[in-house]
Design a protein around this ligand. Structure first.
Ligand code: UN1
Length: 495
């Protein structure tokens, strides 16, 4: 019998109200069932929201530095359990252990950053226009927050939200992706062990259409953070909009790496291999377009193809695996569909382009690292997010053209330029439409204490990470203290 995992609501582990469950399986070995999880209902969400609402009454009054201490302890526990959590994560979502350790580390970094932010959360004071009067503004928590997260960063993305959100005084109803419920439960266990009071974090597992929808529709939920596809994000935003809830969206990307003719080509090749095929291309920040200056195009493509063909596919738990499986069958079918579209559109598939099923690989959802050349900006494989190990190579003849191609998609999350010319690098940093631009580095690898998010169809103006996430998880309170002892009328009793 597989292990039966539960929801955590109002300080107690519990099944879903109807007793139904779903299975969590290993994408590298689909026969392996890692556990069952509650297929929760709207009434489970209602209970979780009420618990979070009740907990908020006292949690918001706990001094922020004290809230930060709990986060620091959570970070310390994560340090202790790092390898164990990484192994769980690799088993449930497939990426190699080096990468899942990095994912846990991103959570640890966020925990320690958030812990110290409890001693900052700076406000702004400004002079009053009137005598004997003081103007203060400080941050207050928003209240009950809904958190809906994807499977590709099962520890980092929930941590980016829960940790700063909690230190700011909010409480949560958390719905992790159905593909990675185990890591999410471990995160909740850690917060409980660190001393988080009952009700501050509630986890409700299940389907997006049921649990996610119920979170976005509940009137006591004040804010919702969602990371996932642009199509689902738009539904989340519409639901939230009906009740004027705050909503933070982190959605699709079609990130490009530009390589100019003066670049260090060895470095650029290492960068694109990591950016396009790391995490099997399943990052919002993954490199899915490579824009090459015509003078180095043929050489770089040739060398890239040779190196990419050496990448080892396999179980992320095995030593030497470079590229793990695709998360599930549906996603692999989608990738294969895009590869067929690319071939039909007339792009030249110079590597991969097929499901990988030799030997042990047939137990899981593997796909060959795939490279298309002769891609033009109007092709679907140059415009649409694929979320897999598929790279589209485009050609340019100038920096201006490279930037124009980069900006021709609806998305704007990450970007990268390889050049030795500081003027070109700075021009690209200014003109590329994206939330993140890397100079001489891959499109992936954002650090936990920097603002993270994208422009255009990738986001809705908010940022996670660093100091910027507090703009989502807090509201501003303005306080006027009049110590003149008389009625002073703003805008009227002035000289
Ligand atoms: C994501 O793909 O949703 O910058 C997050 C990176 C990671 C986070 C990716 N630190 O690639």
């Amino acid at each position: 019998m597989p292990t039966k995992f539960q929801n955590y609501i109002a300080g107690a582990w519990c099944d879903s109200s109807n007793g139904k469950t779903f299975e969590n399986r290993n994408p590298a070995n689909w026969d392996e069932v890692l556990g069952t999880f509650p297929l929760s209902t709207k009434s489970d969400v209602d209970r979780a929201v009420e618990a979070a609402n009740e907990a908020f009454r006292s949690w918001r009054l706990v001094p922020a530095p004290e809230r930060g201490n709990i986060l620091r302890r959570a970070g310390e526990i994560m340090v202790q359990r790092k390898d164990e959590i990484a192994a769980i994560m690799t088993r449930e979502m497939g990426k190699p252990l080096t990468e899942t350790r990095g994912d846990v580390q991103e959570g640890i970094d966020t925990a320690f950053y958030s812990a110290t932010e409890g001693r900052r959360l700076f406000g702004i004071n400004t002079p009053s226009e009137l005598r004997n009067k003081l103007n203060l503004s400080f941050r207050i928590p928003v209240g009950v927050c809904g958190l809906i997260t994807p499977w590709n960063f099962p520890m980092a993305i929930p941590s980016w939200n829960l940790f700063p959100g909690l230190v700011a005084g909010n409480t949560f109803v958390f719905k992790p992706a159905e593909d990675t419920p185990w890591t999410a439960n471990v995160l909740v266990e850690i917060l409980i062990e660190a001393g988080l009071p009952s009700g501050c974090v509630n986890i409700v597992h299940g389907a997006g259409e049921v649990v996610g929808a119920a979170i976005t529709e509940h009137p006591l939920v004040q804010a919702v953070s969602f990371t996932g596809s642009t199509s689902t994000g738009s539904i989340v935003a519409q639901n939230c909009g009906k009740q004027t809830k705050h909503v933070c969206l982190e959605m699709g990307g079609k990130n490009a790496q530009i390589v100019m003719e003066d670049a260090d080509l060895d470095l650029a090749i290492e960068g694109v291999l990591w950016g396009a095929f790391g995490t099997t291309g399943q990052r919002c920040t993954a490199t899915s377009r490579l824009i090459l200056h015509e003078k180095i195009h043929d050489e770089l493509v040739d060398r890239l193809r040779k190196q990419a063909s050496k990448l080892r596919l396999g179980d992320g738990l095995a030593n030497g695996t470079d590229v793990g499986p695709i998360i599930n069958e549906k996603q692999r079918k989608n990738i294969d569909r895009y590869v067929k579209i690319g071939k039909e559109e007339g792009a030249n598939c110079i590597l991969g382009g097929e499901i990988a099923e030799e030997g042990e690989l047939k137990k899981g959802w593997f796909y060959q690292p795939t490279i298309f050349t002769n891609v033009t900006p109007d092709m679907r494989i140059a415009k649409e997010e694929i979320f897999g190990p598929v790279l589209s190579v485009l050609k340019c003849s100038s920096l201006e053209e490279a930037i124009e191609i980069n900006n021709s998609v609806i998305y704007g999350l990450s970007s990268s330029i390889y050049t030795r010319d500081i003027n070109r690098a700075m021009q690209a940093a200014r003109d590329i439409e994206a939330g993140i631009t890397y100079i001489n580095s891959a499109t992936i690898g954002a650090e936990a204490h920097m603002p993270f998010g994208g422009v255009k169809a990738t986001g809705n103006g908010h940022r996670e990470g660093g100091w910027a996430v507090f703009d989502f998880y807090t509201e501003w309170k303005s306080v006027y203290i009049d110590y003149s002892g008389k009625l002073q009328r703003a805008q009227i009793d002035i000289n």
